[in-house]
Ligand binder design. Structure first.
Ligand code: LLP
Length: 422
């Protein structure tokens, strides 16, 4: 459920008509709903209320500090994967002891930054990383709390580019080596072992791979405890999928996912962490865009929008589908026709959908891409020197610009002409 519905014939974000936002801020623009973010975060909390837990929002999905503050104020932790995301979480007021640092390539500088600013745990992904982290923490007179990210070699049955839990993926330590790595960790002066971490992929629409992976985690917890390690936290990762269309069967609900966690690791007495991103933010956002031209091609009509692949990369990158709906509600029985919906960027990959059945649209009309709140704005680029798309947050009948559209002059001003060019 989200809070983007038609009222009086106009698509609204909560109580704000999208026409009003388009007029005030221009298009393209991302629009997020406070009520939807709040509701989705609450569903995960509820799914884990049977145990001590922390829901760490995966900042990579939507890193605007207003979104992070909203979730942080509700009690969320944050899962970050770079010094930049760590700084955003801190700027949003999230305390260090609610920040988990993941990622395969943490640098020495990022480790120092997090140790200095406070950290709940590092999810360590390799032995060289473990050694470096120990050295740095010890040199600061600290012990870094860690979980080792274990790769369970489970097929997440999702898009190949976002599956992470198979042995051929770059992520984590092979589960067969985990006991050796924990033994090494226990002997390092700058390391404190606190738990185990896993993340098997994103947009999972089936609970079976989670169950398979978490059963392996339960076995590993028992084995590591038998080896003498104090495993008190389990980080189950993120990855629960969302419905991207209204006609498909919906993926499992957070409450069902929570039950899988309970069934598999619930009896171990560990604090549970999860790192959902898409499921909290995905359906809490839309990308609002305007039709620039309607162009008749050979046997097809192109709807040319002012949003492009640089603003919403997912279709070009993963062949992802986002429902595109008109902001002005079509009349009952309005006829539909096929459109190829494209952006202005100069490559054929800048195609959002081919042959989509939509009600007739004309230049100047507004459309909304649904389910664009996660991995939308964060993946945007300035390709074709198109300014980064702005973001708006709605709450009830209020809205605020939470990231401004930068002027082109500001983008160009970052470039430098070398002195030798005169
Ligand atoms: N934790 C870790 C360690 C992750 O790598 C990810 C996502 C998450 C949590 C959050 O997963 P989620 O709950 O959002 O599925 N750009 C792609 C998605 C990449 C996901 C990468 N890792 C897309 O647009 O589909």
């Amino acid at each position: 459920m989200d809070h983007f519905n038609y009222a009086d014939g106009v698509l609204c974000a909560e109580d704000v008509p999208l026409t009003q936002i388009a007029q005030a801020v221009g298009t393209p623009v991302y629009v997020y709903s406070t009520a939807t973010l709040t509701r989705h975060f609450g569903l995960f909390r509820q799914a884990l209320e049977w145990t001590d837990h922390l829901v760490c929002f995966a900042v990579k999905a939507n890193s605007n500090i207003a979104v992070l503050k909203l979730l942080g104020d509700l009690g969320a932790g944050m899962d970050v994967v770079s010094g930049g995301e760590y700084a955003r979480a801190k700027a949003a007021g999230v305390p260090g002891d609610r920040i988990v640092f993941s990622g395969v390539g943490k640098t020495a500088g990022e480790m120092r930054q997090a140790l200095k600013g406070g950290i709940r745990q590092f999810n360590v992904e390799s032995e060289p990383e473990l050694e470096l982290l120990s050295q740095i923490a010890a040199s600061m007179g600290l012990r870094a709390p860690i979980a080792v990210r274990v790769n369970p070699d489970v097929d997440a049955r999702t898009h190949a580019k976002i599956a992470t839990g198979k042995s051929e993926n770059k992520f984590g330590i092979p589960i067969a080596r985990a006991r050796d790595v924990y033994a090494r960790a226990a002997g390092l002066p700058g390391i404190e072992v606190v738990g185990i971490d896993m993340h098997i992929g994103s947009q999972l629409t089936d609970l079976a791979p989670f169950r398979q992976a978490y059963e392996k985690m339960a076995d590993l917890t028992r084995a590591l405890r038998a080896d003498g390690h104090a495993i008190r936290r389990l980080d189950m990762g993120g990855g629960l999928g969302i419905p991207y269309t209204r006609d498909n069967a919906a993926p499992p609900l957070p409450i069902e996912y929570g039950q899988v966690i309970r069934d598999t690791v619930g009896g171990l007495g560990c604090e549970i962490e999860i790192e959902p991103g898409r499921n909290i933010a995905g359906n809490a956002g839309i990308l609002l865009s305007r039709v620039i031209y309607l162009k008749q091609g050979e046997g097809r009509d192109f709807l040319i929008l002012d949003a492009a692949m640089n603003d919403l990369m997912r279709p070009a990158m993963y062949d992802a589908h986002h429902d595109i709906v008109p902001v002005i509600q079509p009349g009952v029985g309005a006829s539909v026709r096929p459109y190829d919906v494209v952006g202005p960027v100069c490559e054929t990959g800048d195609t959002f959908v081919r042959g989509a059945q939509m009600t007739a649209l004309a230049a100047g009309d507004l459309v909304a891409f649904r389910s664009a709140g996660a991995y939308g704005a964060v993946m945007a680029s300035e390709y074709n020197t198109r300014p980064l798309v702005p973001e708006v947050l709605v709450s009830g009948d209020q809205f605020a610009v939470i990231r401004e559209r930068p002027p082109v002059e500001e983008i160009i001003a970052r470039d430098r002409i070398p002195g030798w060019m005169g």
